[in-house]
Structures are given as structure tokens and as C-alpha cells.
Design a protein. Structure first.
Lengths: 233, 114
């Protein structure tokens, strides 16, 4: 099986280049995922760098651009890929080495969403209760694993990564705006009323197309806008 | 709501409201033309200077310019990053649209004067 992989080592390379790899057919097993192929290629060339951890689509470490679409290598079946399989780092993010990108801007935007409950009441003696119906509103929001596939596929985020929060962070913002237990809804909505943070989203929907967990950040962003409208009218 | 920096929600709302108004006006305008309104100069002028039509047309140009401003502003915010360049681009677009607005106003007022 043929691969074409983006290589860049800042210590030795003047600029990035694409390197061809060949994985012998004997190494390709039925049902094998792309990550396993990468691990086997790494045996051939130990300098090939990429992030991975859980290998089952939960940790979100091995996000990369696979044949032009962002996705997780560990849950992408090799059989679904056209050859040569072209692997690049996430578009729009600074490359540290090969397929490893610097995600600090992405994490900063995540922090900007204040991804935690803000409660002003006195701590209850037992747990903070929530009705099943209120809990259901968090479905499709809490499952995000922060792999970055969505934000790295969003043109608005490519152009303004430092000011537009991007689909992943906005999904988290929505997750806490929708949470019945949170008491900072007003502040959260107010801080998003800005030409950049939220309103650079032009419903391009690349985020929805690539999300490996099948989430819908565009809908979450629309729900934030709706909440804002309800509060301001 | 926040008053720091460029606004987000208000332009977003106005973009949608003006879009609805533009769509309604366009449909009415085209249907009226097809129905024969303004077939000659005199009937055209009588139609456009009728107080209702005059107000609707004035609002149309207002909505059109506001809609254009928000749309172009969005494109500039997306793509033009250096501060001086962005400010220049926004100013030029603003002046151009203002000029168009004044021109439309002049045409409308001259039409009422005959």
C-alpha cells in the first residue's frame, strides 16, 4: 500500500516535503486502521513523527489531514482510502515536526470558552440536580474529545485563529450555555457578542463534515445565536 | 450587551432583517413591473412618487446599503488583517456606500420635484 506523507524536521530541513512510503501487502491486514499502518511505517523509518495514544477514537491525539479530509487515523479504515494515501498535518496550524502540530492557540480558545460550571449559589450539601430533560440538552455537546479536526478544517478559523474561537471551543461554549446548572449564562453570551469570537462563523459546515464523533458544531453555534437573540429581544 | 470592539450580534440581526425586506421589495417591484406599472415616464413617476412607494423605495436603498455594508465588512474582517489596511478598506467601502446613498436620495428627491 502506497503512502505519501508530509515530512518536516525543523532541525535539518529547510522546508517541508512529501515522502513516499510503501507498506508491503503482507503487512496490511483486513480491517486495519490507518494508525496501525503508520505504526508499521514507523518501524521502517523511526524518524516519522505523529501523536497517538488510546488507538480507539477517544483521546483525540492522532488527528491529521487524510487524503484532504481531517480525521482520526485510529478510526479510519485503510480499506476506505484511495492510494497513495496522502497524510498531512492539520491545515492552518504551525507544524512542530512531520504530522505533529502546535495546538496551543486551539487550547487557548478552549480556555476562552470557560469550559466549567460557574455557580454563584452556596455549594449544595449533596449533588447539583438536573432534570432528565435538562440533561438531554447536553447531548451532542459534551461528547467532544478536542481532537481539533473541526477547527483545523474551518476556513474562518484558518484566517482568524487568534480571534475567532473556532467550532470546537464554541461547541464547548454552547455546552455550558445550555447547562441548566450554570449561572453565568448572561456573562457567557455577552462575552461572545463580538464581531470575531462567534460571528466569524459563516455556516460553512466543514466542522460537521469532519467531526469523528459525529457532532454538529454548526448547530451549537446556531443555538448560541438563538439564545442571544432570545435574551436581547 | 458588550460595547467593546466591533459588534457581532447587531450586524448579524440587521443583515437578516434587511435581507427579508430586500426580498419582499424585489418581488413586489418585479411583479409590479410585469403588471405594467410605469409603462411610460408619467405613470412611472406617479408610481414612484406615491408616498407609500416613495417611502418603501427610500427604505429599500437604506436596507440595501446597510446589507452591503455588513456583508463587505464581514469579508474585510475575514481576510484583511493588517490594522492600517483594514481601516482603509473599511473607510473606503463606507464612503463609497455613503456616496451611493446620497445619490439615491438625490434621485428620489428630484423625482418628487418633477
Amino acid at each position: 500500500m502506497r503512502f505519501s506523507i508530509y515530512r518536516y524536521n525543523p532541525e535539518t530541513d529547510q522546508e517541508p516535503y512529501m515522502q513516499d512510503f510503501e507498506l508491503p501487502a503482507s503487512e496490511v491486514e483486513p480491517g486495519m486502521m490507518l494508525l496501525e499502518a503508520l505504526l508499521r511505517l514507523k518501524r521502517l523509518d523511526e524518524s516519522l513523527s505523529f501523536r497517538r495514544s488510546c488507538q480507539e477514537g477517544v483521546c483525540g491525539s492522532d488527528g491529521m489531514n487524510i487524503n484532504g479530509m481531517n480525521g482520526l487515523a485510529c478510526i479510519t479504515p485503510l480499506s476506505a482510502l484511495k492510494e497513495p494515501v496522502t497524510l498531512r498535518p492539520f491545515p492552518g496550524m504551525p507544524v512542530i515536526r512531520d504530522l505533529v502540530v502546535d495546538m496551543s492557540t486551539f487550547y487557548r480558545q478552549y480556555r476562552n470558552a470557560k469550559p466549567y460550571l460557574i455557580v454563584r449559589d452556596v455549594e449544595p450539601e449533596v449533588e447539583r440536580k438536573q432534570s432528565p430533560a435538562d440533561r438531554d440538552r447536553l447531548d451532542g455537546l459534551y461528547e467532544c474529545i478536542l481532537c481539533g479536526c473541526c477547527s483545523a478544517s474551518c476556513p474562518s478559523y484558518w484566517w482568524n485563529p487568534d480571534r475567532f474561537m473556532g467550532p470546537a471551543a464554541l461547541l464547548q461554549a454552547a455546552r455550558f450555555i445550555m447547562d441548566s446548572r450554570d449561572q453565568a449564562t448572561e456573562d457567557r453570551l455577552e462575552s461572545l457578542d463580538d464581531a470575531y469570537k462567534l460571528y466569524r462563523c459563516h455556516t460553512i459546515m466543514n466542522c460537521v463534515q469532519v467531526c469523528p464523533k459525529g457532532l454538529n458544531p454548526t448547530k451549537a453555534i446556531g443555538d448560541i445565536k438563538k439564545q442571544m437573540l432570545v435574551r436581547s429581544v | 450587551m458588550s460595547r467593546r470592539g466591533l459588534q457581532g450580534q447587531r450586524p448579524w440581526i440587521f443583515q437578516r432583517l434587511t435581507a427579508i425586506y430586500l426580498a419582499v421589495y424585489f418581488v413586489y417591484f418585479i411583479v409590479a413591473l410585469l403588471a405594467g406599472a410605469g409603462a411610460d415616464y408619467e405613470s412611472w413617476r406617479a408610481w414612484l412618487t406615491h408616498p407609500l412607494m416613495f417611502t418603501a423605495t427610500g427604505l429599500f436603498f437604506g436596507a440595501l446599503l446597510l446589507h452591503a455594508w455588513i456583508g463587505v465588512r464581514d469579508v474585510i474582517l475575514d481576510y484583511v488583517h493588517p490594522f492600517a489596511l483594514r481601516l482603509t478598506a473599511l473607510t473606503l467601502v463606507g464612503l463609497f456606500l455613503l456616496g451611493c446613498g446620497l445619490w439615491a436620495l438625490k434621485v428620489l428627491i428630484l423625482a418628487t420635484l418633477g
